[in-house]
Design a protein around this ligand. Structure first.
Ligand SMILES: Cc1cc2nc3c(=O)[nH]c(=O)nc-3n(C[C@H](O)[C@H](O)[C@H](O)COP(=O)(O)OP(=O)(O)OC[C@H]3O[C@@H](n4cnc5c(N)ncnc54)[C@H](O)[C@@H]3O)c2cc1C
Length: 368
């Protein structure tokens, strides 16, 4: 380890690793400091079930927003697999358990399942029309994600091309998402399902005037222009390992088990004091911080005041399908891929937990 670097990066999550790779490849000296004893942050695979010898993605588990350009630039060897099932939403129909199954492979399966729920074909067509807005949006916006931020007005002009584009801009950027969802869809279950992508990890509601829900929805629907979420073979740990290799190959030095002590950010040089096999001090021209503002505030002696919208709660239960009847195939076509077999990750917004438990006809165990 040297005493001076061009760049010190704090936090070896996937964003820190990507930054380290590009900066190293640009010829800068890079030191990456991580507090955990593993690399990858929330993109990690760990042994989740003590009695089950499988490494599972522990937090982040699907890939959509990792731009293909980065995969190509850094030469990452990743296999991302399509999930046969886009979503399965259990519901009660006259006391009978049923479920809305949306397939990534066969539109007819989705159409039929929607018909069974709603009794008409309109809702499915309307859902397709609604999601087409996000396709149009992604087409115009995705490539800019790796470019300097474009002004809102310039973006808006890009959507002035035709009626569908103007509708996409209005529905996703100008009015609360709930307005468009209610305009397109009539069934409450379908509305709720569509809105799920607007609520993941944030506390908001369909008509939130802050439009937080719109931003959340857009992020979940524009990845690589398709918005499709794919399963990384080998779990998120495989993604992190590839990124770690890319960073090291680019010349970045990576230290784990680092205990950060203080940051000096006032002068021209940035100073980082940390403990790793003894007290260490390094200086850098640039300091990249890859953890939350709340953590940063602690090290630079500032008070952190969270925005009201920063507070959010999502429960991510892992369900061992051998023990949970609700997660077993309820009908033909229910997902039965390797990932589900290894332990099924399902994301529920906390408020829906009770409904789900009721639909399953059983109590969800706390550790689920
Ligand atoms: C439950 C859950 C599920 C998710 N599911 C998905 C998903 O399926 N797909 C998806 O794309 N995204 C998902 N996300 C979001 C995704 O995980 C994050 O966007 C992503 O991990 C952010 O990466 P990052 O590198 O910026 O930060 P992180 O992965 O959070 O990395 C930050 C790193 O900083 C380190 N650090 C913290 N404090 C210090 C310190 N004092 N000193 C040194 N290092 C420190 C941490 O240990 C960590 O390694 C999910 C998030 C959660 C919480």
């Amino acid at each position: 380890m040297k005493s001076q670097y061009d760049v010190v990066i704090l936090g070896a999550g996937h964003n820190g690793l990507v930054a380290a790779s590009y900066l190293g490849r640009a010829g800068l000296s890079v030191l990456l400091l991580e507090k955990n004893n593993y690399i990858g942050g929330a993109a990690t695979s760990q042994k989740v079930f003590p009695d089950y010898d499988a490494q599972l993605s522990r937090y982040s588990y699907l890939v959509s927003l990792l731009p293909e350009k980065i995969i190509r630039d850094l030469g990452l060897k990743l296999e991302l697999r399509r999930r046969a099932t886009a979503s399965f939403t259990p519901y009660l129909n006259h006391g009978q358990q049923d479920g809305l199954l949306l397939s990534n492979l066969d539109e007819e399966v989705s159409r039929q399942s929607m018909f069974e729920l709603t009794g008409n074909n309109t809702e499915f067509e309307q859902m397709k029309a609604f999601y087409n807005l996000s396709r149009v949006f992604a087409e115009k916006v995705w490539d800019t994600m790796l470019q300097p931020l474009i002004a809102k007005e310039e973006f808006r002009r890009r959507f002035d091309a035709d009626d569908v584009s103007r509708e996409a801009w209005r529905s996703l950027v100008e009015e609360p998402l709930g307005t468009a969802i209610e305009r397109y869809l009539k069934n409450d279950l379908v509305r709720g399902l569509v809105f799920t992508d607007a609520k993941i990890g944030v506390l908001t509601h369909p008509h939130d005037p802050s439009l937080l829900q719109n931003r959340c929805f857009i992020y979940h629907l524009i990845g690589n222009k398709t918005g499709e979420w794919k399963v990384p073979v080998g779990g998120m740990g495989a993604v992190a390992r590839e990124l770690e290799q890319a960073a090291r190959k680019a010349g970045a030095e990576i230290l784990t088990n680092v205990e950060l002590r203080s940051l000096g950010v006032s002068g021209k040089q940035r100073t980082v004091e940390f403990y790793k096999d003894g007290q260490q001090t390094v200086e850098a021209r640039y300091l990249l911080v890859n953890f939350g503002r709340n953590v940063l505030a602690k090290y630079i002696g500032k008070l952190y005041q969270p925005d009201a919208t920063d507070e959010g709660s999502v429960l991510l239960p892992y369900i061992d399908r051998r023990q949970h009847s609700c997660a077993r195939p309820a009908r033909e076509g229910f997902p039965d891929d390797d990932v589900v077999r290894a332990g099924c990750a399902m994301e529920f917004v906390c408020a829906r937990q009770q409904d789900h438990a009721k639909a399953c006809g059983e109590k969800i165990h706390p550790e689920h």
